[in-house]
Design a protein. Structure first.
Length: 388
């Protein structure tokens, strides 16, 4: 073991710098500086943006990151050799927020700041909702005013299009307005204790989606729009770059992957009650399938084939996450104004595909099959994909 003299000569590591004494509310004697910081008026709320990935702007590290509340930049550490300390000395910015512990510090003096006027910043960083607030969301339509003076309705908030992520934005916006799913993710306690295997990255989807929904429904935002940057970073990571921020994608394909991945990340199984995703969207149907002979085949051969087991009708129980509906074909001939009128079709007619009676032919390069679908259990929310 090193002696006290050797330890004193040895340069401090980042961890040791971080653990150096600091005046906190836990001490019996609280320094007057903690409650009377002279730099609180230097905080600039208009530049604060907690929607982006929380990494140091110098070292690009995710560990021990602080936000400068004067310029809005992120820096690592708080010790004398840290980037945050250097920034405070060089630029004269003194108020910092630890993005993990949600504590405020004054640098380079290195004391904790305790002031109730800073609670609005904590709420923007990590919005929280009580059960009675969540219940009242669908019955009240009170407008909120952002720090910049913009009025907005909580939940009806724009998502920034970073480059080509609008196909993700439309799905995230739609999912944020489904009460069962929204209410679950607004309460972090519902999924905070979920345990995943070591090194598993899918839990990031759950955490980031919850954060995004809480920010979308935050009635005390500093601005009337939200950036889905952290959510999309988790999507790129968990999908192994299948879905990108810089390239357009198919919204339906993204939705299907996202909901199934979210279900698995919540430790969901085959049971309809195994996760909030299944409880909200998963339904059951019965699929009737029968193989049909070729049209150009002789009648005798057709009758012989129909007696074989391969051509008998099969029944299969299946689950669905969404229903694909087909639109009728457009009219072949234009009207008197030489325009093709798009027919108005009742939704009931489109859903007749799932009444257990209507058959539809599905062709492959080998053979054809006739299928009919019968819904046996409906979920609380049905996602309809109308295919043109």
């Amino acid at each position: 073991m090193a002696t006290k003299e050797e330890a004193a000569k040895r340069p401090l590591s980042d961890d040791e710098e971080e653990n150096e004494p600091v005046i906190t509310r836990k001490h019996l004697k609280v320094d007057s500086r903690s409650r009377m910081c002279p730099y609180l008026d230097t905080i600039n709320r208009s530049v604060l943006d907690f929607d982006f990935e929380k990494l140091c702007s110098v070292s690009l590290s995710h560990l021990n990151v602080y936000a400068c509340l004067v310029c809005g930049k992120y820096f690592q550490g708080r010790g004398m050799k840290s980037h945050a300390y250097t920034h405070s000395v060089q630029d004269g910015h003194h108020v910092f927020l630890n993005l993990e512990t949600h504590k405020f510090y004054c640098l380079p003096d290195n004391y904790e700041i305790i002031d109730s006027s800073l609670e609005d910043i904590i709420y923007v960083l990590n919005p929280t909702f009580k059960p009675d607030q969540i219940v009242a969301m669908d019955t009240t339509s009170k407008m909120s005013r952002a720090y910049d003076g913009t009025t907005y309705l909580p939940g009806i908030v724009g998502l920034n299009n970073i480059k080509a992520n609008d196909y993700c934005n439309v799905i995230l916006q739609a999912l944020s307005h489904i009460p069962l799913l929204r209410d679950y993710f607004l309460r972090e306690e519902n999924y905070k204790q979920i345990k995943r295997p070591p090194g598993d990255q899918m839990i990031f989807l759950v955490q980031r989606f919850g954060e995004l929904l809480r920010k979308l429904w935050n009635p005390r935002n500093f601005k009337a729009h939200v950036s889905p940057h952290e959510m999309l970073q988790a999507v790129v990571l968990c999908s192994k770059k299948r879905f990108q921020i810089t390239e357009q994608g198919d919204p339906l394909e993204f939705m299907s992957w996202f909901l199934n991945s979210l279900h698995l990340a919540l430790n969901g199984g085959k049971k309809l009650s195994s996760s909030i995703v299944n409880k909200t969207f998963r339904g059951c149907m019965r699929v009737y399938t029968r193989k049909v002979p070729a049209v150009d085949m002789k009648e005798e051969e057709k009758q012989q084939l129909l007696l074989q087991e391969e051509y008998q009708e099969r029944v299969e129980e299946s689950q669905f996450l969404y229903l694909t509906c087909d639109l009728p074909p457009p009219p072949l001939f234009p009207d008197e104004l030489q325009e093709n009128i798009i027919p108005q079709v009742p939704l009931f007619n489109i859903l007749s595909k799932f009444n257990g009676i209507t058959e539809k032919e599905y062709k492959t390069y080998k053979d054809s099959t006739m299928k009919r679908f019968e819904l046996t259990k409906l979920p609380p929310c049905i996602i309809l994909y109308i295919k043109d």
